[in-house]
Design a protein around this ligand. Sequence first.
Ligand code: SF4
Length: 282
Amino acid sequence: MKINLAKSAGFCFGVKRAITIAEKTAKTKKSVVMLGDIVHNEEVVKQIRKSGIKKISRLSNGRGKTLIIRAHGCSKVIFSQALKLGYGVIDATCPMVKEIHKIAKRFESEGYRIIVIGDKLHDEVQGIIGQLNSEAIVIDKLKNIPLAKVSKIKRAAIVTQSTQNLDNVLKIFNVIRKYIPDIKFHNTICNPTRAKQNEVKTMPKENDVMIIIGSKTSANTKRIYEISKSLNKKSYWINSGKEIKIGWFKNASCVGVTAGASTPKSTINRVIHQIGRLFPVN
Ligand code: SF4
């Protein structure tokens, strides 16, 4: 069995950076906390907990504590509340997410209504809309475009969640542009996501089977899986090598392997090892 590993598989730059910042902070500061999980991956969450960082669900008295802002970023209210409550704040927001904040704020200050194409409940989107003074519109799917609202807007600027699927974004944009006379569009899908999506548009056609590795809670892994599945029915989304079934590889001679932005290298290596054990080279 030939195993083809995607070049872009696994941690993106922003996740790597946030983990490094978190682990360094845990070594140098006492009482380090984080609002929610660092990324949507159980193994990484465990590793972060082991380093001594506590997950909290809300802010409280922050005196003597350090709060790490995750790669997805947070709203300006949370940031300023944390400072007011006495936390030392270490900002591990991905620079590419910060860039989206900047673009959205700039257009808001120029009088544009901000539209975010993304998942409303995702922390990154909450962080983007939480930078603004006015209410932004969030659209996740073509069928959920609020046309009554959109058709009343005269000027709008669109930004996208960094991990959105470009095809989905363009479909939404092509509809809303017909309703808004002055519209600016910023494709803020980040480079690591673009690289992953480009690879997953060719790999499923070149391999008999596709294995996509990542937590079932990871939105970007889900999107990679959906693209892969649409191109190759034999696409399987797993969180660990234990979930692999030998029947998936019937009549297959090559398997493509890729992984979401929050999947650690160790998990990817274990999966590759597991496939290698099932199909040893003689
Ligand atoms: S997916 Fe992109 S924007 Fe998000 S953390 Fe990774 S590099 Fe940054």
